[in-house]
Design a protein around this ligand. Structure first.
Ligand code: FMN
Length: 247
């Protein structure tokens, strides 16, 4: 004979009660941890910007970023600065906001981003004399398995490449994942826009070797850089930089 404690009502009561308690604990933890998650995401982005700009062995990411990197938001169509805080600019949210982005036609969507924001953050570093040193552009585009997120750093001439760095992607480790390998990233140093990622034997300032065994990812990087340096993205801004507008 079952005791009263084993009745269906009591068992269900305990299950529902436990679920409620767990749901409350998880919700509170999620809300409480959100600022920490956001801070850690911001630190990660800052750390990647510092890396692509050439800072090495950074101990205090936040302080180094604050002291050395200027963050601005530009209107991509005009290339002009707009009065928006770059640190709170969320590209992904903006991308899906119909008022602040446009849908790209397939033929013009070389990087596979689908939608394009009207504005974008850009970052700069200056030398001790205040002269423009590095321009850092956030870029993103489809590789083999998904969107690859990265930064392209250019010299003050707006043409010479300093470095490229991908910090988030779904490419296969050891194959496409080598887009994160500092040795491959270093091949970009001193090359010049426009650039082609080619399969082996790249020579000349406008060509860089693709990753062996990862031609599809390499093609994705090629398309991504082409797209973001084109008139659909940072082209108008880079035209201003090349005329010395930021010096
Ligand atoms: C499990 C698996 C994962 C792969 N991951 C990638 C990848 O991340 N990027 C890529 O370009 N190719 C990847 N490939 C290889 C592609 O299918 C293709 O063979 C390759 O891009 C061709 O490059 P290659 O011409 O340099 O050999 C993968 C293949 C397999 C079987």
């Amino acid at each position: 004979m079952s005791s009263n404690n084993e009745s269906i009502g009591k068992t269900l009561g305990v299950v529902v009660g436990l679920c409620l308690v767990c749901a409350i604990v998880v919700s509170i933890a999620s809300v409480q941890l959100r600022p920490m998650q956001q801070a850690s995401k911001a630190k990660d982005i800052q750390s990647n910007i510092l890396t692509v700009a050439g800072f090495k062995d950074v101990k205090d990411v936040f302080a180094t970023f604050e002291a050395n990197v200027e963050s601005k938001v530009i209107n991509l169509e005009t290339g002009e600065f707009v009065d928006i805080d770059a640190n709170s600019f969320d590209f992904e949210k903006t991308k899906f906001d119909q008022k602040r982005s446009v849908k790209l036609a397939k033929a013009e969507d070389k990087a596979g981003v689908q939608r394009m924001t009207n504005n974008s953050p850009v970052y700069f570093t200056r030398d001790a004399q205040g002269q423009l040193e590095t321009i850092i552009l956030p870029i993103q585009g489809y590789g083999l398995w998904g969107i690859m997120y990265g930064f392209l750093a250019l010299e003050a001439d707006g043409e010479t490449i300093k470095s490229i760095n991908f910090y988030k992607h779904n490419e296969t480790p050891g194959l496409g994942g080598e887009i994160q390998n500092p040795r491959w990233n270093a091949l970009w140093n001193g090359k010049s826009l426009p650039i082609d990622v080619v399969k082996g034997g790249a020579n000349g300032e406008h060509k860089v070797d693709g990753l062996s065994g990862a031609t599809l990812t390499s093609n994705g990087v090629d398309n991504t850089v082409d797209f973001w340096t084109s008139d659909k993205a940072f082209g108008p801004f880079l035209a201003k930089v090349r005329k010395g507008a930021l010096n």
